[in-house]
Design a binder for this molecule. Structure first.
Ligand code: ARG
Length: 570
């Protein structure tokens, strides 16, 4: 539904400017008395050689020729303000935004492949709340792009390689216990890994042993390879439980190890292009022209490192999927790493270097401020976080709904509790640091998942009480929805489309989260201020129920794009 474009078109004709430029100038006024759309005229003053006030009033009189669905056009100081015809607007919204077909632009991504790499936990280490950030953010971004018609390839670039595996192998051989490993691989591997770091202080020789073990692994010696494979399989099994619980799956789990034998070809190419230089025994690519430190490609002992695996992975991804964008959802602390990797690609003349994007995010702490380093064995596990959230939600819901069966409580609490955690990652700009607080996350009145899901359940409950379905309401007269509250809610829903597009463009699901929250606030206002089931007459009742029904459809679709499921009652 593009009233904005309509208004921009009419203005463009008079001003002889591109429609897109005008569209960018149009804004939504802070108060509804100022209209539904406004154009500030300041920036036109110079080219038109007129005061902004005069421009606004001249445009207002010139535009009197009608724009469909616009009831009035007024100059208010330096602003030109458009007032929509509410009945026509409501009618157009219901006609154009059909269920299953909400928001245009669903074919935006036709024929375009986007890689989203996210989650990427490290084998043999706990799945902590930092990886959960990448997981929730990456999932939302993947869903949003999929909705817009892109072919999305979801990659989990497991941290399954590197010198730390040498340490792990040595530690396991010394202190590991098989039964404990089978029972909870990550717990047992973390235990021996932590022990390694304690023991190495007294026995520095352990480090050399670990280096040798990693070298053996790189050379695929059977003992090391077998152990590593076990560690990987058992860890992945554990991670899968969490992914299933969160409703997340990947197309591919090629981890860092997968790329290790593809590095010699990269090294060869770098050599041929004269980009590889020796520095203190190691091989590096200089990146002075980018104002970056040299990127380390091969260590002095010939072993490969993190960055070289990433470079090899990009070539592989391009060959395999011919991506138009290759997105990395990885914490801000790796900004420099990705800058280096992309810069090396640019020096190699790789054309898609600029289509590789690091989507960074901030740090997370729990009110109280622990750190998340696995070295000291002190981490907050996602599993624990989810369990706690579900338990807390369950007890609140049990209190609010004494009539709910145990089973219904269990099922609903699982959905709402997980949604609360996911939402906490998606509510603010991603680069902002997050401080988790249960009170904030589980506030049924706050900017939270429970609030949104509660609002959804409320809209569904009205429809249940009225005993109508969406199909029963398709003849409703939407032209009757003209009160301030109804009109505002319809505008919120219409604006969801822009929010989806903007969220995709900036890789910021929070833009959508905010729009959803706004729509929920306005739905609740509508619910409180307007009689729905007891409307003045049956026609109005039907129209308001249609609005409820449409709202619940738009809301569940939008929540789904964030990866949140809904419940019918809570
Ligand atoms: N496994 C890494 C970590 O936990 C994240 C991997 C990021 N992705 C990449 N292609 N380098 O820090």
């Amino acid at each position: 539904m593009d009233l904005r474009t309509e208004c921009a078109r009419s203005l463009a004709r008079i001003l002889e400017l591109p429609v897109a430029d005008i569209e960018n100038m149009l804004e939504i006024p802070p108060q509804s008395e100022m209209g539904d759309l406004a154009m500030p005229c300041f920036s036109l003053a110079r080219s038109l050689q007129k005061a902004p006030q005069k421009i606004a009033s001249d445009l207002a009189s010139e535009l009197q020729a009608k724009i469909p669905m616009v009831r009035e056009i007024k100059a208010l100081g330096p602003y030109l303000n458009f007032f929509f015809d509410r009945a026509a607007y409501a009618e157009a919204f219901f006609r154009e935004e059909q269920p299953g077909h909400f928001f245009a632009h669903q074919d935006e991504g036709q024929g375009t492949t986007i890689i989203v790499e996210y989650s990427s936990p490290n084998i043999a280490k706990p799945f902590h709340v930092g990886h959960a950030f990448s997981t929730c953010l990456g999932e939302a971004i993947s869903r949003i792009y999929t909705y817009l018609g892109y072919k999305v390839v979801r990659l989990n670039h497991l941290g399954d390689y590197g010198t730390q595996f040498g340490k792990l192998i040595v530690a396991w051989k010394r202190w590991g216990q098989r039964e404990a490993l089978e029972e909870d691989a990550i717990k047992e591997l973390t235990r021996v890994y932590v022990k390694f770091h304690q023991e190495v202080e007294n026995e520095p020789g352990l480090d050399d042993e670990a280096r040798q073990a990693f070298k053996n692994l790189e050379e695929k010696k059977p003992e090391e390879l077998k152990l590593w494979q076990d560690f990987r399989d058992l860890s992945l099994k554990k991670f899968s439980v969490i992914y299933d619980r969160m409703g997340i799956s990947f197309d591919n789990y090629n981890g860092e190890s997968f790329y290790s034998d593809k590095i010699p070809a990269v090294v060869e190419e770098l050599k041929q292009k004269g980009l590889l230089e020796e520095s203190q025994g190691a091989q590096v690519v200089r990146l002075d022209e980018f104002n970056l430190n040299p990127c380390l490609i091969l260590k002095s002992d010939g072993t490969t490192i993190y960055a070289s695996r990433d470079i090899a992975a990009i070539f592989y991804r391009d060959k395999t999927w011919n991506f138009s964008k290759n997105i990395y959802v990885v914490g801000s602390e790796q900004k420099n790493h990705f800058k280096q990797v992309f810069a090396v690609l640019e020096r190699m003349g790789f054309e898609k270097a600029h289509d590789c994007v690091h989507v960074a995010f901030g740090r997370l702490s729990i009110a109280g401020g622990e750190d998340f380093s696995t070295r000291k064995g002190k981490v907050i596990l996602l599993e624990d976080l989810l369990d706690q959230s579900v338990a807390k939600v369950r007890s609140i819901m049990a209190q609010n709904n004494p009539e709910m069966s145990e089973q219904e409580l269990d099922e609903a609490a699982e959905i709402v509790g997980i949604a609360a955690v996911k939402h906490a990652y998606l509510r603010n700009g991603r680069e902002k640091n997050i401080i988790f607080s249960w009170d904030e996350m589980l506030d049924f009145e706050g900017d939270t998942a429970p609030y949104m899901l509660y609002t959804y359940a409320r809209s569904r409950s009205i429809l249940r009480k009225a005993a109508v379905s969406a199909a029963d309401l398709c003849q409703a007269n939407s032209r009757l929805l003209i009160t301030e509250d109804e009109f505002t809610l319809i505008k919120d829903m219409a604006a969801m489309e822009d929010a989806v597009l903007a969220a995709a463009k900036a890789y910021e699901p929070c833009i959508l989260t905010r729009q959803i929250n706004l729509a929920c606030r306005d739905f609740n206002k509508f619910y409180h201020n307007i009689s729905i089931l007891k409307a003045e007459n049956p026609e109005l009742r039907e129209a308001r129920l249609a609005l409820c029904s449409r709202f619940s459809e738009v809301l569940s679709l939008a929540l789904g794009l964030l990866g949140l499921k809904t419940v019918e009652r809570m």
